[in-house]
Design a protein around this ligand. Structure first.
Ligand SMILES: Nc1nc2c(ncn2[C@@H]2O[C@H](COP(=O)(O)OP(=O)(O)OP(=O)(O)O)[C@@H](O)[C@H]2O)c(=O)[nH]1
Ligand SMILES: [Mg+2]
Length: 259
């Protein structure tokens, strides 16, 4: 596959912007920075790289990733950890509507831009989130390992996150289940095995993460980027990327890092 040579740059440095969907459900834009993300379906051809409009994010192919899960599970913190390498400690500020951040990753020599949508977990914003599912190439389903209800709401509640996914997302969307806050060992309310069991039942790759310590955070997004990149290539020259195997092999368990 021919690729456009792109200069080495860091990801777009624009801060997260609040963006509510337009009345017609079209993608929101931010004044001065609006730029469409190429619509690469996971199974479609990669889109050509685009030069930066000043933000410095050159890329070969771009995908949309959505973070979903109950309010307070750590979606925003996970995204901030991945984007900025920092942890938002202190007062919990619940997301209103939807935010996004971009990050460009170098995946086996290709610049893969992830546009990551951070949704509000609060019930009152559900209809806002619904409008975004259909454009998502990947969905990260988060629960909080210290909050059993957030785990149950992945699958059991009438408006469970998995049900929403089946209802609103594309059938070939890439899914991953993440149990966050694994640093809080004392308060754990959901066993790792329960997360594994749920993931197995639905055929999802699974990891436990910590936005606080950074455990498995980069890995989760990198795994998604690798999977989407390979799906987007018509005739991949590389061996088939296996998301489940990669996550199993590379994922670190919380116990590995407790001194
Ligand atoms: N110990 C610990 N706390 C975390 C972690 N991730 C998030 N938190 C805390 O959990 C609270 C909620 O985090 P957010 O990232 O704002 O939660 P959210 O899922 O975005 O919530 P909504 O925006 O309401 O949907 C904050 O007080 C964070 O500091 C983690 O990995 N470990
Ligand atoms: Mg949030």
């Amino acid at each position: 596959m021919s690729r456009k040579k792109t200069p080495k740059t860091k990801g777009a440095s624009a801060p997260a912007a609040s963006a509510l969907p337009a009345a017609n459900g079209s993608r929101p834009t931010r004044p001065g920075t609006a730029r469409p993300v190429p619509q690469a379906r996971p199974n479609g051809p990669p889109q050509p790289g685009r030069p930066s409009l000043g933000g410095g994010d050159f890329y070969d192919v771009a995908f949309k990733v959505m973070l979903v899960g109950d309010s307070g599970v750590g979606k925003t913190c996970l995204l901030v950890r991945f984007k900025d390498g920092a942890f938002l400690a202190g007062t919990f500020i619940s997301t209103v509507g939807i935010d996004f951040r971009n990050k460009v990753l170098d995946v086996d020599g290709m610049k893969v831009k992830l546009q990551i949508w951070d949704t509000a977990g609060q019930e009152r914003f559900r209809s806002v989130t619904h409008a975004y599912y259909r454009d998502a190439h990947a969905l990260l389903l988060l629960y909080d390992v210290t909050n059993k209800a957030s785990f149950d709401n992945i699958q059991l509640a009438p408006q469970a996150w998995l049900t929403e996914t089946q209802e609103y997302a594309q059938h070939d969307v890439v899914l991953m289940l993440l149990g966050n806050k694994v640093d809080s060992a004392q308060e754990r309310a959901v066993k790792r095995e329960d997360g594994e069991k749920l993931a197995k039942e639905y055929g999802l790759p699974f990891m436990e993460t910590s936005a606080k310590t950074g455990l498995n955070v980069d890995l989760a997004f990198t795994a998604i980027a690798k999977e989407l990149k390979q799906r987007s290539m018509k005739a991949p020259s590389e061996p088939r990327f296996r998301l489940h195997d990669y996550v199993k092999r590379e994922g670190r368990s919380a116990s590995c890092c407790i001194p």
